[in-house]
Design a protein. Structure first.
Length: 466
């Protein structure tokens, strides 16, 4: 009765067609790109800040939890309604509200796809630099929630470096404006608190971003190696030489094979790994940068370095990298995407550890990752219908994260904690650290309604921080 009554109130707020509560619809919105499912009680499509505020107020009055959702690409279970309640679907809030070229700012709604935003800016000569590999399907609201990175984050930083302001609906339905176009607002950096909070503090409804001019020129290189250690050592060598390419991406043989069979990008099938390296900037300087990087690659064992001759060749290389997850999905019923980070110099050791974990648990683990900032994405392949396999996968994933932390890294580079890594939080946070973060959560959300059951390890910490 409670669910039916709430659904009726929501229909009054947003219209009958914008509320779903049939069994089939709820099942479709019960999962994201992680491995778990929970059915919500209702799904509500919203188009404005006012509608979001109305829905949140209705949930708050009834003590009903809610979770914001965009493209459903979350890889750590962040948009799974683990405690039921209402999924607030933001995908129709997908407009660019303002492009302020004079101040290098834009204002955009959170349901816009990352790539679509970039395609809107490009004809005007501008770009938005955070570019997760899932940018075709990932929304800006999700990028904000997870503090997403992407290939260009090595040189230009992650989402938090490019978001200056937010309009948010707090868990009681109040609308707040955090930050803005001007940098360095006085007081607490509440924009920074929200970015990466995984929807646990409220719902973002507008984003103020930095934009920047497109580079004068770009060169993209493909370095080919017969040893994955040589490829990973090259990454550190490039940075140690004082060079900062726009991107440093790496794929191993298993991923290369899957990509080439799927997309046919021209990757060699007989190598151990490839590096995709891109430099950008002034045209007069690009050739010198490319030559210097090519020399470093050869010094560290590259058997061949190819330079894309035109935009078509460059697009083909990037289609392979950005299509890696989809390509691997063709060869396995499911996979767990690990997301740990290590110092660049630890990459060879980390990759050896991943290989040991693969052998230990009898699981195939291809690797594709942002090598420039040490963000690993081992893909643990398995059949989700086999409970024993899934148990081994979860143990293998945790062991990889433990390895990352032991090497001076951390448990997430961009996919967040969600429900996947709640226990792994203890690898990097003390009980006091966790309790302090829970107190921040409680300050914004005393009723624990905004995306509850995420990030923090167990309920006792939540109770302890009250």
């Amino acid at each position: 009765m409670r669910a039916a009554s709430l659904a009726e109130e929501l229909r009054q707020l947003v219209g009958k067609a914008n509320v779903l509560d049939s069994g089939v619809d709820l099942q479709l919105y019960g999962y994201d790109a992680y491995l778990e499912e929970r059915r919500p009680d209702a799904v509500v499509f919203v188009r404005s800040t006012e509608e979001v505020a109305g829905v949140v107020k209705a949930c708050n009055r009834r003590g009903v939890p809610f979770v914001a959702r965009g493209g459903g690409t979350n890889l750590s279970g962040g948009t799974v309604a683990v405690k039921g309640g209402v999924v607030i679907e933001m995908i129709r809030m997908n407009r660019v509200l303002e492009i302020d070229k004079a101040n290098l700012r834009a204002r955009v709604q959170p349901g816009m796809f990352n790539l679509e935003f970039g395609n809107t800016l490009a004809p005007l000569g501008y770009q938005y630099l955070p570019d997760p590999a899932s940018q075709k399907a990932a929304t800006l609201g999700g990028n904000v929630g997870e503090n997403s990175g992407g290939p260009h984050c090595f040189k230009y930083g992650v989402t938090s470096n490019h978001v200056l302001g937010l309009t948010v609906v707090l868990p009681d339905g109040e609308v707040a404006h955090l930050g803005g176009k001007a940098p360095d607002a006085p007081g607490y950096d509440l924009t920074g608190v929200f970015v990466g909070s995984e929807g646990t503090l409220g719902i973002c409804t507008e984003v103020v971003t930095r934009i920047c001019r497109l580079p004068e020129g770009v060169k993209t290189l493909l370095a080919i190696y017969d040893s994955i250690e040589a490829g990973s050592e090259t990454v550190s060598a490039i940075v140690a030489a004082g060079m900062v390419p726009a991107t440093l991406e790496m794929m191993d043989q298993l991923v290369i094979k899957a990509v080439e069979e799927f997309i046919k990008c021209g990757f060699p099938l007989d190598c151990a790994t490839v590096l995709i390296i891109e430099v950008d900037g002034l045209k007069d300087d690009l050739e010198q940068q490319a030559e210097a990087i090519t020399a470093i690659c050869r010094q560290h064992g590259a058997r061949e370095v190819r330079v894309a001759k035109n935009d078509a060749e460059r697009a083909a290389l990037w289609a392979g990298r950005r299509g890696a997850f989809g390509a691997v999905a063709r060869i396995t019923p499911s996979y767990l995407v690990c997301d740990g980070t290590v110092p660049r110099t630890a990459l060879p050791a980390a990759l050896r550890k991943v290989a040991e974990v693969s052998k230990k648990y009898g699981l195939q683990i291809p690797n594709v990752f942002h090598a420039g900032d040490g963000n690993l994405h081992p893909l643990i392949l398995f059949d989700w219908r086999d409970a024993e396999q899934k148990a081994r996968v979860m143990k293998a994933g945790m062991e990889i994260l433990e390895c990352c932390v032991a090497m001076g890294g951390t448990i997430s580079g961009e996919h967040g904690v969600g429900i996947e890594k709640m226990d792994a939080m203890r690898l990097v946070c003390s009980d006091a650290d966790i309790a302090a973060q829970v107190r921040v959560k409680r300050a914004f959300d005393p009723g624990d309604l905004s995306n509850p059951g995420k990030i923090f390890p167990i309920a006792e910490e939540v109770a302890h921080a009250r």
